[in-house]
Design a protein around this ligand. Structure first.
Ligand code: SF4
Ligand code: SF4
Ligand code: SF4
Length: 344
C-alpha cells in the first residue's frame, strides 16, 4: 500500500514543473521515499500549486486545523511545500519536484552523499533529459553589457531590470555544482554561491537555511562575477522569473542536455544571436572557449563564425572579445518570443 502512494505521487509530480519521469531502475522512488513519509505523500497530492490558507485546506480535507498545521509545517521544513507569509497569516502551497523540491533540498545534496548520488543517477537516467525538453524551465538572458542599447530591451530580457523590480532576494549555492563536488568529487572551479532567487523562492531558501538575503545591488554584483567566470545567466522561464541560475556546461544538467542537441537555438527561448564584425576579428579564438554551446568556429580566413543553429544568445562571447568584434543582434520580430506568464 505504501508503494502505491508513491506511485500516485510520482504521477502527480509528473504533471508539475518539468515533470517527474519514470526510470527502469526506479531510482525516483528511492528519492521520493527519502523525502516523503507515506502520509506526507498523501497530503502533498491534496495540496494546490496556488497558496491557500490553513482553514481552507482543513475544510477541504475535513481535518483538524491544528494537526494539519503541524503536518504542513513539517513538510515546509523538509522543503516539500512552501509557506507563504500573507497579511499576517501563513498560506501553504505545493511545489513541483523541479524547480522546487529538488532545489529546496540543496542542503541535503551537500550533507548526504547517498541522496546526492541518487539525484545524480536520476538526472542521468531521466530527469536531465525531460528538463531539457521544450519548454525549458530555464532560458538564457543576456548580460546587459552584451547588449548594444540601440533598440528597446524588453523588461523580461533585461536581467538587471528583473533584479531591480524584486522585493526580496536571496542567493544560494548552485545545486548542480554542489552535487558534482559531493557526489562525484569533481569541481569545475567556477563560483558556487550564484543562484539568485526572488520572493517566494527566496523565502523558501532562507527558511531552509540554504541561502542568505541580499540587496538588488549585491545580486547585480554576483551576476557580474558570474559573467566574468564565464557562467551562462539562465532565468526561470516565465515573464516574471522567480530566480536566475548562473550555469556552466560542466555541472548544469539543463545546459548539458541543451548543448547535446544539434540545434540548441531551436529549443531555448532567446531573442538574440551573436554576430561577428569580420573587419575587427583578430582570430584570437578566445570566444571559442567562452561559448558553452560550441557555436563559434574559425573559418578558412581565421575569422570567427557563429553557427546560428547553436547560438543561444547568452552574450558571454561578446564580453570576452577585446577586439570588439562580437555583438548581440535582436532576432526579427517574427522570431521573437515572450516567456509564459507562469513557469512551466
Ligand atoms: S541550473 Fe545551473 S546554476 Fe542552477 S543549480 Fe544547476 S548549474 Fe547551478
Ligand atoms: S574573441 Fe573576438 S577577436 Fe577573438 S576570435 Fe573571437 S571574435 Fe575574433
Ligand atoms: S555564440 Fe555562444 S557565447 Fe556567444 S551568444 Fe551565442 S551561445 Fe552565447
Amino acid at each position: 500500500m505504501d508503494h502505491n502512494v508513491y506511485e500516485q505521487l510520482a504521477d502527480v509530480l509528473d504533471t508539475r514543473g518539468v515533470g517527474f519521469p519514470r526510470t527502469t531502475s526506479g531510482v525516483e522512488f528511492k528519492i521520493l521515499k527519502m523525502l516523503f513519509t507515506a502520509k506526507e505523500a498523501d497530503l502533498y497530492m491534496k495540496l494546490s500549486l496556488e497558496p491557500e490558507p490553513l482553514q481552507v485546506i482543513a475544510q477541504k480535507l475535513g481535518q483538524d486545523a491544528d494537526a494539519l498545521a503541524a503536518a504542513l509545517n513539517t513538510m515546509a521544513e523538509k522543503g516539500l511545500i512552501i509557506q507563504v507569509p500573507h497579511d499576517g497569516m501563513v498560506l501553504y502551497m505545493a511545489i513541483p519536484f523541479a524547480i522546487g523540491i529538488l532545489e529546496g533540498n540543496a542542503i541535503r545534496v551537500k550533507e548526504d552523499p547517498v541522496f546526492a548520488n541518487l539525484v545524480t543517477q536520476y538526472l542521468d537516467e531521466g530527469l536531465g533529459a525531460v528538463a531539457a525538453k521544450p519548454p525549458l524551465a530555464l532560458r538564457p538572458v543576456p548580460v546587459n553589457r552584451a547588449i548594444t542599447v540601440s533598440w528597446p530591451i524588453a523588461t523580461h530580457d533585461d536581467l538587471r531590470e528583473i533584479v531591480r523590480t524584486k522585493q526580496f532576494i536571496a542567493v544560494t549555492d548552485c545545486l548542480c555544482r554542489t552535487r558534482k563536488v559531493h557526489a562525484e568529487d569533481k569541481s569545475c572551479g567556477k563560483p558556487t554561491e550564484v543562484c539568485i532567487t526572488f520572493d517566494l523562492h527566496a523565502h523558501m531558501a532562507i527558511s531552509r537555511a540554504q541561502g542568505r538575503q541580499i540587496t538588488a545591488q549585491e545580486a547585480i554584483d554576483i551576476l557580474d562575477k558570474a559573467e566574468a567566470a564565464g557562467l551562462v545567466p539562465m532565468a526561470f522561464n516565465s515573464i516574471n522569473p522567480s530566480g536566475v541560475c548562473n550555469c556552466c556546461g560542466d555541472c548544469c544538467g539543463v545546459l548539458q542536455y541543451v548543448a547535446k542537441n544539434s540545434k540548441p537555438a531551436k529549443i531555448v527561448l532567446s531573442n538574440y544571436f551573436a554576430v561577428v564584425d569580420k573587419a575587427q576579428c583578430v582570430g584570437c579564438e578566445v570566444c571559442l572557449d567562452r561559448c558553452q554551446m560550441t557555436a563559434i568556429a574559425m573559418n578558412a580566413d581565421n575569422i570567427a563564425q557563429v553557427n546560428l543553429d547553436r547560438c543561444i544568445g547568452c552574450g558571454l562571447c561578446i564580453t570576452s572579445c577585446d577586439a570588439g568584434a562580437l555583438s548581440l543582434a535582436l532576432k526579427p520580430e517574427t522570431e521573437r518570443q515572450v516567456p509564459v506568464e507562469a513557469a512551466p
